[in-house]
Ligand binder design. Sequence first.
Ligand code: HEC
Ligand code: HEC
Length: 238
Amino acid sequence: MPLRIPAARSAAMTAVAFALSCAPATAAAAPPPDTLEARLLACTGCHGDQGRATADGYYPRIAGKPAGYLANQLLNFRDGRRSVPSMTWVVGHLSDDYLREIAAHFSERHPPYPAPPPPAVAPEVLERGRRLVLEGDPSRDLPACTACHGDALLGAQPALPGLLGLPRDYLNAQFGAWLNGTRRAMAPDCMATIARRLPPNDIAAVTAWLAAQPVAPGARPAARAPATLPLDCGGLGR
Ligand code: HEC
Ligand code: HEC
């Protein structure tokens, strides 16, 4: 891995990790080795070992997501399209190239996914969620989630994220953020359009079903996105 990052930045990242005190403290006085891995302790301090997420899911998984998707999110945080103060602070001064390098690093990590928790909703709600995810609802122009996120819902290279292995709270929070404008993607923001086509009880059903699905060992995003998508989405490099 070529080291193109000035030492000052590395020191800043390390400072972030310790200032936030969510990275494991080290007793040694010697400076940490200057590797990308060492600098990214700032990230894994919050996002869990290798970016696997914390057990409660508050800090989401970043490992194994398509590199273009991760890079888009880092740019979205840095440039204010996605408002999460801790993330904006961490990436605020990093260059596009460095953000892409970080994204590539985490996209290549594949720690196993934990088993999903048992669903906390009635079977009818789960069934409604399943149908909306797999079939959409043509009566209100709602495409199936699989039409973009892939039949296996594992996402696709370079920039479509998977929808499995994410906690329900995280999924609900993302829909809330699209609706209140604190999460925006590069234009056109197809997910904001989709979120507006889902009333709250349907969002609840969809997220309950998604969060209850296991992720098979070795699951990876598809090599490419579906040839045509039901809506235009920005940031996909098409
Ligand atoms: C202080 C804790 C903290 C640190 C440090 C931190 N993050 Fe985050 N990160 C968060 C939180 C909280 C979210 C969830 C935001 C939300 O709910 O929308 C997040 C979200 C993300 C996402 C979006 C995930 C997705 O699926 O859309 C990415 C990518 C990400 N972080 C990468 C990083 C990287 C890379 C670093 C290190 C440079 C880092 N984070 C450091 C707290 C942190
Ligand atoms: C027209 C294509 C399209 C359809 C249909 C679609 N999505 Fe998306 N979705 C996207 C794109 C593109 C992104 C990445 C947005 C970004 O860069 O922030 C995304 C991102 C997401 C994310 C963020 C994942 C993360 O890790 O933070 C969630 C959650 C999501 N979609 C849920 C859904 C659900 C649920 C449905 C079905 C109701 C759906 N999507 C249908 C294109 C689509």
